[in-house]
Design a protein. Structure first.
Length: 291
C-alpha cells in the first residue's frame, strides 16, 4: 500500500472563532485496554476496551484572541466546540480546496493550561479540551474533505512590564510562566466507556517571574508580601516593525507574592531571581482578569 496523503498542522476554531498562531495541536483518546493471561498461560486470550478519556490540546501565540473567547474559567465545548484541522499537504504546502480533515470535540470543557514567555520571545498559551459523553454522539467527530477556515490572523506578544507587591518590573525580567491551575474532574458509571459528567473542582493559579535583578528582594521580604491587583503587561508586536503601540494584553491578579528563589547562580551567567505569586479569589472577580 502506498502513502496516500500527508497532513500537517492547521488552524483551530473555538466555536466560530478561527485561531491563528497555532504552534502545535493534538487529538487524544487515552484508551484503557484490559486483558491479562489467565489459567496459567503466558499469553492474553481476551482483550477489551474498558474506557477512554477523549480530549485535545493546542498551543497558540495569538493569546489575545484565545483569551477573548476562553479565559480564566474556561468555556463549554457545547457552546464553543473545538475544531482541530489537519491540513493536507501538496508539494510541501497546504493543498487548495476542500481536501482537508477536521476533528470536532463537543461536550465537556476547554480550559487554558499554561502561558509562557521568554525575553525577546513570543508568548504562547496552551489549552486542553476535556470531553464528556452526551449519551448519544461520539465525543470526537472526524470529517474529511473540508476547507481550511478563512479569516486567519497571526498576532504576537512579548514581555513588557509588571507591577507586583509594590515592585515595578521592566527590563530586568527574563521569563514569565502562568499556570491557570484549573482542575477538571470527569466521572461515569455503569461501565460506560466514556465519562458523562464533568466539572471544575478547583482553580488555583500561580504566576512565576524570573529575572536578573537582586534588588527585587529589597521590596519583597522573605515571608512575602500582599499583591493586590498585580498587573502583567504583554506587549503586542508590530508586523513588519517592532511594537504595535496599542493592543497590549494586561493580566491582573491578587494574592501573595514570595521570593521563591532569591538567588540562582551558574558559571559566569548573571545571578537569577524568581518571584512566585499564588493567586487568590477576591470575592468578586475571576482569579486572573484579562484586558
Amino acid at each position: 500500500m502506498s502513502l496516500t496523503a500527508i497532513h500537517g498542522l492547521g488552524p483551530v476554531k473555538i466555536g466560530s472563532t478561527v485561531i491563528g498562531g497555532v504552534t502545535d495541536a493534538s487529538v487524544d483518546l487515552d484508551t484503557n485496554l484490559v486483558g491479562e493471561p489467565t489459567s496459567g498461560e503466558i499469553y492474553t486470550r481476551h482483550q477489551s476496551i474498558a474506557g477512554q478519556k477523549p480530549g485535545g490540546k493546542f498551543t497558540s501565540n495569538n493569546i489575545a484572541q484565545t483569551l477573548a473567547v476562553c479565559a480564566s474559567l474556561g468555556c463549554s465545548l457545547d457552546t464553543y466546540p473545538l475544531t482541530i484541522f489537519a491540513a493536507k499537504r501538496s508539494a510541501g504546502a497546504p493543498a487548495a480546496g476542500a481536501v482537508h480533515r477536521q476533528y470536532v470535540l463537543r461536550g465537556g470543557l476547554l480550559v487554558p493550561r499554561q502561558l509562557t514567555c521568554e525575553h525577546q520571545g513570543d508568548a504562547s498559551l496552551s489549552y486542553e479540551a476535556i470531553v464528556a459523553y452526551d449519551g448519544g454522539n461520539d465525543p470526537i467527530v472526524k470529517t474529511d474533505n473540508v476547507s481550511l477556515p478563512a479569516g486567519l490572523t497571526d498576532l504576537r506578544y512579548s514581555l513588557y512590564t509588571a507591577s507586583i507587591g509594590g515592585l515595578s518590573i521592566s527590563d530586568e525580567w527574563k521569563s514569565l510562566t502562568i499556570d491557570w491551575g484549573i482542575e477538571v474532574q470527569t466521572q461515569g458509571g455503569g461501565s460506560e466507556i466514556w465519562d458523562s459528567k464533568i466539572w471544575i473542582s478547583k482553580i488555583e493559579p500561580t504566576i512565576t517571574l524570573r529575572g536578573i535583578e537582586q534588588t527585587w528582594f529589597d521590596s519583597i521580604p522573605l515571608l512575602g508580601a500582599a499583591a493586590t491587583n498585580a498587573t502583567i503587561v504583554l506587549r503586542k508586536r508590530a508586523d513588519g516593525g517592532t511594537w504595535a503601540g496599542s493592543g497590549d494584553v494586561t493580566l491582573t491578579a491578587s494574592g501573595i507574592v514570595v521570593p521563591q528563589q532569591p538567588l540562582k547562580a551558574s558559571g559566569d551567567n548573571p545571578d537569577e531571581s524568581t518571584l512566585l505569586l499564588t493567586v487568590k479569589y477576591d470575592g468578586t472577580n475571576v482569579p486572573i482578569r484579562v484586558s
